[in-house]
Design a protein around this ligand. Structure first.
Ligand code: FBP
Length: 326
């Protein structure tokens, strides 16, 4: 079967978006990053890179060797390419100005290695990315270039590292999924124009957090668990990696939840480089995403590492979960 390659699709997207040509170059860089990290992750066990570094990141999370490697690889891929002037990364406290990108008109938001807790158990992991046009017109990028609502994303997507490596993205149009043929290092279109199913699938939440939730959240999750949700019966699935849980939800339907907690109402997941990019992919596939009250894509970020609760998946599931939380 004559499958489209990722590069060919990028150029089609660029033409339809009347982009200047820079966007496809940026997207091609994420394809390169995906192939490099897929290789790193596959070799990590052999080269003793599965452990912790002994340091903590800005999120006060223990940092694994692969978190550092993934972030450094991402910087190598995007430094000295004229299209991108700055990056906001989960692994870096402040925005990072990319050398050689001063005239670049894009900024990127990246979770280089999502689900890194799965690294030493050969579980699913991912990379999540968003691409914005900078708001300032020249010079070094500022916070204003990054603190944009998700609805202003030019493109967004994720890479899934699992039994196969997939890259799924939207440039404002359809959501297309590509699978890596490792033997020739090329992504091929395998999932054209993905649409999230309605009325079926799984609910995905870490139920061990139930004691931390408020009563409305407990009751809402219990409705899904007890098969009493009006949107239909759901299986329980939780991979412990947002990208893995979302990819299953995108293809099979249902809902992924990371609720806020009584002591941490903002929850765990980060708006700029986790929730907003996946919310764009989800909405372009016909789904929905809220923080339990507001559409994720309408949230105006105030800080680079701002956290929000996340309800992401089939429109009927997300609307019901959100309704039950009011
Ligand atoms: P990072 O690994 O990038 O920090 O992402 C956070 C995350 O690992 C998600 O991938 C995953 O869905 C969630 O945390 C799991 O959290 P918990 O272990 O509390 O259920």
């Amino acid at each position: 079967m004559n499958r489209l390659t990722l590069s060919e699709q990028f150029f089609r997207d660029q033409a339809s978006a009347n982009a200047s040509g820079g966007l496809s170059t940026v997207l091609n860089r994420f394809s390169l990053l995906a192939r490099m990290l897929a290789s790193e992750i596959m070799r990590a066990g052999f080269v003793g890179k599965l452990g912790y570094t002994g340091t903590t990141n800005v999120q006060d999370e223990n940092v694994r060797a692969l978190d550092v490697i993934s972030n450094e690889t991402m910087l190598q891929v995007f430094e000295n390419m004229p299209m991108v002037c700055g990056v906001a990364s989960e692994e870096m406290e402040d925005l990072h100005v990319l050398p050689g990108g001063e005239s670049g008109k894009y900024v990127i938001t990246v979770d280089p290695l999502d689900g890194s807790g799965n690294v030493d158990v050969a579980g699913q992991m991912g990379t999540i990315f968003g691409i914005y046009k900078r708001r300032t017109t020249s010079g070094k990028p500022t916070l204003a270039d990054f603190l944009q609502p998700g609805r202003d994303l030019v493109a967004a997507g994720y890479v899934l590292y699992g039994p196969c490596t997939m890259l799924v993205y939207t440039a404002g149009g359809p959501v297309n999924g590509f699978t890596l043929d490792r033997s020739i290092g090329t992504f091929f279109l395998t999932h054209p124009d993905i649409k999230i199913p309605e009325g079926e699938g799984s609910y995905s939440v870490n139920e061990a957090n139930e004691p931390k939730w408020d009563d409305k959240t407990k009751a809402m999750v219990r409705a899904f668990r007890s098969q009493e949700a009006q949107c239909g019966k759901r299986a329980a699935r939780y991979a412990g990696a947002l990208v893995g849980d979302f990819h299953r939800t995108l293809l099979k339907g249902g809902i992924y939840m990371y609720p806020g907690e009584m002591k941490k109402p903002e929850g765990k997941l980060r708006l700029l480089y986790e929730n907003a990019p996946l919310a764009l992919v989800c909405e372009k596939a016909g789904g929905a995403a809220t923080d339990g009250k507001t559409r994720i894509l309408d949230l105006e970020p105030k800080k680079l590492h701002q956290r929000t609760p996340l309800y992401l998946g089939s429109k009927g599931d997300v609307e019901e979960a959100t309704r039950r939380l009011q």
